[in-house]
Design a protein around this ligand. Structure first.
Ligand SMILES: Nc1ncnc2c1ncn2[C@@H]1O[C@H](COP(=O)(O)OP(=O)(O)OP(=O)(O)O)[C@@H](O)[C@H]1O
Length: 852
């Protein structure tokens, strides 16, 4: 084997979405991914990895291409590789790896690996001979079990809810061995030779079904073992050596053998949270032991100081670490996928996972191409030959050739320099535009941030009962509009009536004018006048006729006297004629007057009609005004009734609101008290943890410096013990507060879920089930429900923050505890006497505490 290149373990984080169970518990997403960066933030902690997938990091679908595909390419070059899924129980390891492969399901890394592997083999098989083997084992309770052993039966689920595989009786257990050149092998495990994708998939499916799984509170199909699916790729390549036609076939062949381990670890778990007991509890203990050993290996390899100090790496502490010896710090290219849940309830475990993963990034592996010794030797010789040939050429060549090469190099460098100058110039000319657009983008973002901040700064109490006010406002508006409309109508009708009255008055006064010159009297007057004129005319005519007769008689007598009489008569006649004419004129004028009279009669008639019409209109209008007033009165009465009803309802709502506010207040107080207690305990734990660092150092210094002074030493040991005990007590207190807070949160979440369900039922027009909580929630008004939902959501996010803060300190405490116990808590004790004294002191302290 040749010397390996240094390459760090690559770490990707896979954040799964909140699952139904977590949503039901009202869990909040407490993990933030920094946009565009592989950076994860949780509470005050921030971690950077090689990749982050899921929950608005890169899409999970690109994980295979970015993290695993390069490992497969390496496999074909002869490099070993490992993909390792790590994380808390239920965080999505099996989902990510696809080791729960069933019914040909293609999601997950392992099925994708198989697809890519066979498609590559398909394209290369004409040049290279391939051999593929797979093995599939699990480590359950520190025992390695073969998942592909067909002789052992698959065990159905037991009463304890355990499904798994039984080792066949008489078969020797699988042994982990290390070969002389340090390669870890499994003696006794089944290696199945596979030629097709289907065969390999069948192995995966068979092993997955045989794997031990069981149901816990946190995952109803929890893997109870660490599973390793290993693909071994052997290649026999024909080498193309120019000018080498004489050597035999084996001399021109190269043999490579590389392994790909696909590891799905069991999840770390807390017995209290998984609710495990009996067998499940024992499994949990073993799982945690294995993971603790893995953590210690990662810690030893990932801590630069420890690495430099050459600290022992405890691979042999567990079967898991022994099997992964090559993958961590050895001959392998390794990708670790840290699977995490974003739920705040899992914040402590998520933090622990991220801390481990972060440390794993510092592990340096030394992958080498795995050739067989013969091929390796051949390669070395060939390389040496090539080197010597080159050397020979160089020496044989003239020095002028060297000069020529240097000249060419100078020309090339000059050209490259020119290109770079041009690029720099172009960049500078583009710079102001880029800066401007960056400034604009920045301004835009601050604006968005500002508006968001303004929105967020609105206190939630302002949003309480907003709907009732809006409804009240709209009702009032409606009422005012109605009254206004009524007043307008009344006014316009009054104006109309006034107009009619005015017209009526006018017409009546006109009529009066006609009335003053009494029509009948006038008529009689004119009639009489005409008659008189007629009589007068007749008298005058008779007179004239007499006169005419006299004139004729006189004409017959023709004497002088007669002539005189005749003249007199003619004179008289003329007068009479004139009188008649005058009378005629008078008569005509009387007729004319009579005609005018008739016309005015007609006008009076018309006026009379108009007056009648106006009077009718007036009556109608008065009726309408009356009707309108009646309608308005009725509306007003009903409105007042309604108002009364509303006031009653308002009082009820007000009462309900007060009741709710009181309840909210009580809930908030409880939450506040619990949060304050939690914050105090967390703060105290933090202070103690900080103080412990210095105190343990001081203790050591004091103890080392006071070798002669036995009493001083004893006192400082006692102080150290007091401090240690206090840290533990505080850690327990915080854990206790954490549990209480989780319970409060669960109750709030339950209430919230119920209210939301009632809202959904109401939106669909259905009535909610007749259960206790539902009855109370559905008796609330929609506005009160909305307000309660908002208040509960507010409380939930307060609770979530408190949980994350506690989880952060608990994770810190646990990590330090682990580091401390690794170093040996009691290393400071140097004699049995010191130990006895300290034990006595501890007994006294416990007795004191119990007697209080
Ligand atoms: N990325 C994801 N998207 C959607 N659902 C997921 C995702 N990851 C995990 N889940 C769901 O979460 C649940 C737990 O996942 P899984 O069994 O893979 O966890 P695990 O880490 O293997 O748990 P354990 O250690 O207990 O075996 C499953 O119901 C799974 O379908």
């Amino acid at each position: 084997m040749e010397a390996g290149e240094d390459c760090c373990v690559k770490v990707a984080v896979h954040v799964r979405p909140l699952i139904a169970d977590e949503k039901l518990q009202g869990c909040k997403d407490c993990v933030t991914i920094v946009s565009g960066k592989p950076q994860v933030q949780i509470g005050a902690h921030s971690f950077t990895f090689d990749h982050v997938y899921g929950s608005t990091g890169s899409p999970s679908s690109s994980m295979f291409e970015e993290c695993v595909a390069p490992l497969i390419d390496g496999l074909f070059q002869g490099y070993n590789a490992t993909v390792l899924a790590y994380g808390q129980t239920g965080s999505g390891k099996t989902y990510t790896m696809g080791t729960g492969f069933k019914d040909g399901c293609q999601t997950g890394i392992v099925p994708q690996v198989m697809n890519v592997l066979f498609s590559k083999i398909g394209t290369l098989k004409h040049q290279i001979d391939f051999q593929l083997h797979v093995s599939f084992i699990e480590i359950l309770k520190e025992e390695v079990r073969d998942l592909l052993d067909t002789s052992s039966m698959s065990k159905p689920e037991t009463a304890n809810g355990h499904a798994g595989k039984m080792t066949s009786p008489g078969k020797p257990p699988i042994q982990i061995r290390e070969t002389s050149n340090g390669v870890i092998t499994l003696a006794g495990s089944t290696e199945v030779s596979v030629a097709t994708l289907k065969e390999m998939a069948a192995c995966l499916e068979q092993g997955s079904l045989s794997r031990a799984t069981g149901s816990t509170n946190m995952n109803n199909q929890s893997s109870r073992s660490h599973a390793i699916f290993t693909i071994t790729l052997e290649q026999m390549r024909k080498l193309n050596i120019p000018g080498d036609s004489c050597s035999n076939d084996t001399m021109n062949e190269e043999y490579l053998c590389a392994k790909l381990h696909l590891v799905d670890l069991a999840g770390s778990e807390r017995a209290k949270r998984t609710g495990s007991d009996g067998l499940r509890f024992k499994e949990g203990v073993h799982i945690n032991k294995g993971l603790l050993a893995l953590g210690n290996v990662i810690s030893a390899l990932g801590d630069e100081k420890k690495r430099k100090e050459g600290v022992h790496v405890p691979y042999r502490d567990s079967k898991l670490t022994r099997l992964l010896q090559d993958s961590l710090g050895g001959n392998s290219r390794t990708v670790m996928i840290a699977c995490i849940s974003p739920a705040d309830i899992n914040a402590e475990e998520t933090l622990n996972t991220l801390k481990y993963a972060n440390r794993a990034r510092n592990i340096q592996n030394k992958p080498v191409i795995n050739r067989d010794p013969m091929s390796n030797e051949m390669l070395k010789m060939r390389q040496q030959l090539e080197y010597l040939q080159a050397e020979l050429c160089a020496r044989a060549g003239a020095s002028s050739e060297e000069v020529q090469v240097l000249k060419e190099r100078i020309t090339w460098l000059e050209a490259a320099n020119e290109d770079l100058c041009r690029e720099l110039h172009e960049y500078r000319s583009r710079c102001p535009i880029v800066e401007q657009s960056e400034r604009e983008a920045y301004d835009g973002s601050t604006y968005i941030v500002k508006t968001d901040a303004v929105k967020r700064s609105l206190p939630i109490t302002e949003a309480e009962y907003p709907m009732s006010e809006t409804v009240g406002d709209s009702r009032e508006m409606e009422e005012v509009a109605k009254e206004w409309e009524h007043t307008l109508l009344q006014n316009s009708m009054d104006r109309e009536l006034h107009e009619l009255n005015k017209r009526l008055q006018q017409k009546e006064s006109e009529m009066k004018l006609f009335g003053i010159s009494d029509a009948e009297v006038l008529k009689q007057h004119f009639g009489r006048k005409i008659m008189e004129l007629e009589d007068e005319k007749r008298v005058v005519q008779r007179e004239r006729d007499c006169l005419l007769a006299e004139v004729e008689n006189l004409a017959a007598n023709t004497d002088g006297q007669t002539q005189k009489l005749e003249d007199i008569h003619a004179q008289k006649l003329k007068t009479l004629e004139a009188q008649i004419l005058d009378l005629k004129k008078k008569q005509e004028s009387q007729v004319q007057l009579l005609k005018q009279k008739q016309k005015s009669d007609e006008a009076a008639k018309r006026l009379q009609d108009e007056i009648q019409c106006i009077k009718a209109q007036k009556v109608q209008l008065q009726q309408r005004i009356k009707q309108e007033a009646e309608q308005f009165r009725q509306w007003k009465a009903s409105r007042e009734k309604e108002l009364l009803q509303l006031k009653k309802e308002g009082r009820r709502n007000e009462y309900e609101r007060h009741k709710l506010q009181a309840l909210n207040h009580r809930q908030k107080l409880v939450l506040q008290r619990k949060t304050e207690e939690a914050a105090m305990a967390t703060k105290r734990l933090k202070e103690l943890l900080e103080a412990r660092k210095t105190s343990s150092r001081e203790t050591l210094v004091t103890m080392n410096g006071s070798g002669a002074n036995g009493q001083g030493n004893e006192k400082s040991l006692q102080r150290w013990l007091d401090h240690e005990l206090e840290v533990m007590v505080k850690e327990h207190e915080v854990r206790f507060e954490y549990e209480k807070q989780s319970q409060v949160r669960a109750a709030l979440a339950e209430e919230l879920a119920m209210l939301k369900q009632v809202n959904e039922f109401a939106a669909k027009g259905l009535s909610p089930p007749r259960k206790n909580g539902f009855a109370r929630a559905s008796s609330m008004s929609p506005n009160a429900r909305m307000a309660k939902i908002a208040s509960l959501e507010n409380m939930l996010s307060i609770s979530s923050n408190s949980l994350v803060a506690m989880a952060s300190q608990l994770s810190e405490a646990e990590e330090r505890e682990r580091a401390f116990s690794n170093r040996g808590r009691w290393n400071q004790l140097r004699s049995m006497g010191e130990a006895k004294n300290l034990l006595q002191y501890m007994f006294n302290s416990v007795a004191d505490a119990r007697s209080c």
